[in-house]
Design a protein around this ligand. Structure first.
Ligand code: MV4
Length: 448
């Protein structure tokens, strides 16, 4: 087992990883930018190394400084958390070359799944259902027109380097194909330095349902059930839940088996997520695979009583997984609390937290790095807490979330707490009747 793990991240996920390391008797090293000198992850860890100025590219993305910090402190592994370097193939490889275990995917796996057209081709070869469309990358507009004829409208043009909706265009009729092709390529080139495009039939009003998987060094994988992440705004998830209100036992069996097949086909090692689009007839299609621990992993932990970070560390140390697939016996919901003003187009609201009262009680989990007197720096992600409630049924978990949100007091900055409170009273949400389109017609009610 590892003696010392460097946590190459900040905020709540850095705390989350450090907590499990402590429980496992593993020493921890925090790294921090000058903007985070007063952060809790610095105080929680056994050692801390400053890795640069506030700008991420010069600190949390600074590979040389992070590797130096690991070498100076004699860390034998690095946990990257999510975001930052978690899906950076070059970093994964450099760790390996320095004899430091990267607690994440191999460079090869990250590259393979990071290229979406390639990932899709791999999944198709594995026998995982994929949305009909082009066979890989489309080279020219002439080919694009041909593939569009075969695919039919409405269709979706997608950037192979994409993710997060960048370089993606829905096209409803042939006359609009040229403009969509040109603008999607341009956007992709600007964002990723690559304009490879592929095409799919458009799935209308889909649900985003993902399957958590874990694979070991023997090539064995299992699934830990699903998470419904359909409630998103501009490709940012706001709340997630397990089980999905749309799930059936039969569908879970099929999607779980497909995700395990996907993971075993590529001999995936570590924790990963296979994302699917699910249409109204409960057909499901591979969308993307994430080769990292995700923000929303705690809801899975809550419903199956399983520490995913511990399992990541065990698998990275070469311990085989049990191989058992999981079905949730409880219901869990996560609300992402962001330092944003939901009454003003979710505009970022960094600054000093003057008052903080955290919710608690049975079935309430709060993953956060903030405290009264803490100043949220403007340089990073706006998520400041994850409020998670768990109960026997969905109805109880929703009620508990309302109660917990009512207890939660954060003063000094604006937060998304009022948004979540209103969401919990939304008739369609209460029924679990929502798709990825839900936020398009959600309007905040004024509080005065
Ligand atoms: C789609 C789709 C409909 N049909 N593909 C959005 C992010 C990117 N990873 C894939 N996305 C989508 N792909 C086909 N063939 C609709 C979306 C989509 C979406 C998916 C999941 C969650 C939220 C979304 C919001 C808008 C569009």
């Amino acid at each position: 087992m590892f003696k010392k793990i460097l946590v190459a991240n900040r905020g709540e996920i850095a705390l989350r990883v450090i907590r499990t390391c402590k429980e496992m008797g593993i020493q921890t090293v925090a790294v921090y930018s000058t903007a985070d000198a007063e952060s809790l992850h610095v105080k929680f860890a056994d050692e801390a190394v400053c890795i640069g100025p506030p700008l991420s590219t010069e600190s949390y993305l600074n590979v040389a400084n992070i590797i130096s910090a690991a070498e100076i402190t004699n860390a034998d592994a690095i946990h990257p958390g999510y975001g930052f370097l978690s899906e950076n193939a070059r970093f994964s490889k450099i760790c390996e070359e320095h004899g430091i275990k990267f607690i994440g995917a191999s460079a090869e796996m990250i590259d393979r799944m990071g290229d979406k057209a390639n990932a899709k081709a791999t999944m198709k070869a594995a026998g995982v259902p994929c949305v009909p469309g082009s066979d890989g990358v489309i080279e020219t507009f002439t080919d694009c027109k041909k593939v569009a004829k075969k695919t039919g409208y409405p269709l979706m043009l997608k950037a192979s380097a994409g993710g997060g909706g960048k370089g993606m265009r829905a096209v409803w009729k042939e006359q609009d194909l040229k403009d969509a092709w040109d603008s999607a390529r341009q956007e992709s080139k600007a964002a990723f330095g690559n304009d490879d495009m592929y095409m799919e039939k458009l799935i209308e009003e889909p649900r985003h349902i993902e399957i958590q998987i874990i694979g070991d060094s023997n090539g064995k994988a299992c699934h830990l059930s699903e998470r419904d992440c359909s409630i998103q705004r501009r490709h940012q998830k706001l709340t997630e839940e397990v089980p999905s209100p749309f799930m059936t036992d039969a569908l879970r069996k099929k999607m779980g088996a497909a995700a395990v097949k996907a993971a075993e086909f590529i001999k995936y090692e570590g924790a990963g997520t296979v994302e699917f689009l699910v249409d109204k007839h409960r057909n499901f299609y591979f969308m993307e695979m994430n080769t990292r621990i995700q923000v929303e992993h705690p809801i899975t932990e809550q419903v199956i009583d399983f520490d995913l970070i511990r399992e990541q560390i065990m698998v990275a140390a070469g311990v085989p997984i049990s191989g058992k697939n999981y079905t949730p016996n409880l219901h869990s919901i996560e609300c992402r609390i962001n330092a944003e003003d939901p009454f003003n187009d979710f505009r970022p609201s960094p600054g000093k937290i003057t008052t903080l009262h955290s919710p608690g009680g049975h079935g309430v989990r709060l993953d956060t790095h903030v405290y009264a007197g803490y100043t949220i720096p403007p340089n990073y992600d706006s998520m400041i807490a994850k409020l998670i409630t768990t109960a026997q049924t969905r109805e109880e978990a929703v009620h508990k979330m309302k109660r917990a949100l009512d207890e939660f007091v954060i003063e000094g900055i604006k937060t998304t707490i009022p948004f979540h409170r209103q969401l919990m009273d939304h008739p369609a949400y209460i029924l679990g009747d929502y798709t990825t389109k839900f936020m398009e017609d959600f309007i905040m009610e004024s509080e005065d």
